[in-house]
Design a binder for this molecule. Structure first.
Ligand SMILES: Nc1nc2c(ncn2[C@@H]2O[C@H](COP(=O)(O)OP(=O)(O)OP(=O)(O)O)[C@@H](O)[C@H]2O)c(=O)[nH]1
Length: 668
């Protein structure tokens, strides 16, 4: 495409026209496309659909496109920096009154974290040598696709997918906190994807900012040159003018072949009530027009493109997407099973070599999801299907529990991911769910020689002929960075969690760096909170999955009035069974209201009871504190009690509130 712009005006338009006719499904001259670039002198009719569209993408050859991500440790300022860049390029209004513009989900705004990668297309005039030109009118305009990514380790799958559409990344590091665990993880994700990395030291407005120390850390850990670091404050705007020129100058343009048949990578999708499935795509080769017929390499299904455009920052139809561009398509896909993230879409008339796609997500935590009201199973099914369209990293299979009825076993990338998924189910789809105790995927070997992966304790065979002869649990390689004065407590915590130290060094005089192999089971629940509390909030933590290790595992059952509640059983290390059993029983006692009869709560391994509590009988009288005769107040309290009961789950004869299930999740 580079030569395209060096060629004559006629050649340019002819080449585009011939490309369009070769690779689009439109017959020659039936479709027209308006090329408005004044340098061309003439306006060419090119594709009928873009006539109404004010943005003309035809003038952006790959040489004038930069696709980049913003990556960083949690809270180092990615979303704020993204806001400033969107304002700087006029993509959103300054003072638009909505900080962290790209954090669109309610859960993101409430928790102040990014959980979904978001793309926004910006246009910026700049001279290619990287300096903002004095003569703005003469400088060429670049099309910049910015992808804001989550920082939390549970969402690193989002980061690695986003990086597949990029050639470069801004590695944002807090000038006070310096390099943290997710800085290390994200750097290696970008490095292994061969991206150009621009270090950005942010928050330099802070009184305790120490950019020189951070520069030294970046040099010693990643060999990034101090003079390549940009110094910014996304809050005050200091130093921001260097960011986009550096992106244009230091990040290569997308490769891709404009004259090859269309190949586009499906990056993400979500369900829109009005438009159906909307897919985010990156055009790797060729071009796509509205009305084209495309096929999926994964499913073989064919679709007609009903709408195509860019996120600028909201969906903006352009009628066309060209090589190197990132945008969205609406193609009448009906379900999430059709929109497969990592799939290659191509014109149905040409068969193409599929793109490598993405590594499948590895699920770290499994949990059962059941409708709070058994009759809502279909509604929950529908809600999960819609949500997995926007979160392809969740695995879903149907399962049934004797206590909770029909439900789903879902695999998540971590506990925060699981929590966010629940919240989104409730907030975005109005579903009320009960989740079972999370478990990690164990492997068990039986006396008949068979081996099974167990994602649900209920799957463990109770057949006496099939005794468990060996068991294995998954482990992770954890990176922990923290101030050196906390070395003692961190080592103690890791040994309590059955960790094995692999590496121990100092990044500089103030910060220690440790690598541990830890059983996944030990970190999924509250390891990070504990680590934060023993280091006064200064430790950062990240992990990658590793091998399975042999381990002595047992199934721990919870019995209510002698009846086992399958949704509450869990698999634990034998040495920890006693403590975990006691904690589970104590928690349940706190959360189950006294009822008209006595309730016994027991924790047991096989037939051996290891902990027991009793709740004595009594009806909870909600009107006890309500003196006097205000009928409306009494009615209100009784209504509230009724509402509360609806949210309880009757197991055998015992009503268990939803919170009890949630509390059990926190026991490790
Ligand atoms: N003082 C100062 N504060 C900043 C700056 N940039 C961001 N912040 C603040 O830092 C906090 C985190 O900023 P975010 O932009 O949400 O960080 P993030 O990296 O996107 O966070 P995650 O999406 O959760 O990973 C917010 O309170 C911002 O206002 C800066 O340059 N200076």
């Amino acid at each position: 495409m580079g030569s395209l712009f060096r060629a004559s005006k006629t050649l340019k338009s002819q080449k585009y026209l011939s490309l369009l006719h070769t690779y689009s499904n439109f017959p020659p001259f039936a479709s027209t496309f308006t090329l408005n670039d004044s340098r061309f002198g003439v306006a060419h009719d090119f594709c009928s659909n873009s006539r109404q569209n004010s943005i003309d993408l035809a003038q952006y050859s790959p040489e004038r496109i930069r696709n980049f991500s913003i990556i960083a440790h949690v809270d180092h300022g990615k979303s704020t920096l993204a806001d400033r860049l969107l304002e700087l390029t006029g993509t959103i209004k300054r003072g638009h009154g909505q900080p962290q513009y790209l954090d669109k989900l309610q859960v993101e705004r409430e928790r102040g974290i990014t959980v979904k990668a978001q793309t926004a297309t910006m246009f910026h005039k700049c001279n290619h040598n990287g300096s903002n030109t004095k003569d703005v009118d003469k400088a060429p305009t670049f099309l910049l696709n910015l992808i804001d990514t989550p920082g939390h380790v549970d969402f690193s799958y989002e980061v690695s997918r986003s990086l597949a559409a990029c050639q470069g990344a801004l590695l944002v590091v807090d000038a006070v906190q310096g390099v943290q665990a997710q800085t290390v993880a994200n750097f290696y994700l970008a490095f292994e994807s061969n991206l150009a990395i621009i270090p950005v030291i942010n928050k330099i407005d802070q009184p305790t900012a120490d950019p020189d120390r951070v520069k030294a850390q970046l040099k010693s850990m990643f060999d990034l040159e101090p003079n390549e670091c940009l110094l910014t404050s996304a809050k005050t705007g200091l130093g921001l003018e260097q960011v986009l020129p550096s992106v244009i100058d230091r990040i290569p343009h997308p490769p891709g072949n404009t004259s090859s048949p269309l190949r586009m990578l499906l990056l993400d999708s979500y369900y829109d009530e009005y438009k159906g499935v909307i897919c985010h795509v990156a055009i790797v080769d060729g071009m796509l027009c509205k009305g084209d017929k495309i096929s999926s390499a994964a499913t073989g299904y064919t679709y007609e493109v009903a709408d195509v455009g860019i996120m600028h920052p909201e969906l903006t139809p352009t009628g066309v997407l060209l090589t190197g561009q990132v945008g969205y398509i609406v193609s009448g896909m009906r379900s999430t099973k059709e929109a497969r993230v990592g799939d290659t879409l191509h014109h149905n008339r040409f068969s193409v070599e599929p793109l490598p796609g993405f590594k499948p997500a590895r699920h770290m935590v499994f949990s059962g999801l059941y409708p709070a009201d058994g009759s809502d199973f279909e509604a929950l099914n529908h809600a999960i299907e819609r949500l997995t369209c926007n979160d392809a990293s969740v695995s879903v299979t149907k399962e049934s529990s004797s206590a909770l009825g029909l439900g789903f076993r879902c695999g998540f990338l971590g506990l925060l991911h699981m929590d966010v998924f629940h919240q989104r189910l409730e907030q975005e789809h109005g579903a009320h769910v009960i989740s079972t105790v999370p478990t990690v995927p164990y492997i068990f070997e039986y006396s008949d020689g068979s081996k099974v992966q167990v994602q649900n304790p209920a799957m463990l065979s109770s057949d006496p002929k099939k005794r468990v002869t060996a068991s294995w649990e998954p482990t992770v390689l954890a990176t922990i960075i923290f101030p050196s004065e906390y070395v003692g407590p961190v080592i103690t915590l890791c040994s309590e969690r059955r960790g094995q130290q692999l590496e121990y060094s100092f990044m500089d005089s103030q910060r220690a760096f440790m690598k541990y192999r830890l059983p996944l089971r030990e970190i999924v629940v509250d390891f990070y909170n504990e680590l934060k509390s023993i280091t006064s909030g200064y430790a950062s933590f990240d992990y990658e999955d590793s091998d399975y290790q042999e381990s002595d595992l047992v199934k721990l059952d919870i019995l209510l009035n002698g009846q086992a509640v399958d949704a509450m059983s869990t698999i634990v290390h034998k040495l920890k069974a006693q403590r975990v059993g006691r904690e589970l029983v104590d928690k349940l006692k706190k959360f189950i209201d006294r009822q008209m009869f006595e309730i016994t709560i027991q924790a047991a391994i096989g037939t051996k009871v290891i902990a027991r509590e009793t709740i004595s009988a009594m009806r909870k009288n909600v009107l006890a504190k309500c003196y006097g005769g205000d009928v409306t107040r009494k009615k209100k309290l009784l209504e509230k009690q009724k509402e509360g009961k609806k949210r309880m789950k009757r197991i055998g004869s015992v009503d268990i509130p939803q919170e009890a299930f949630h509390e059990l999740l926190k026991v490790s």
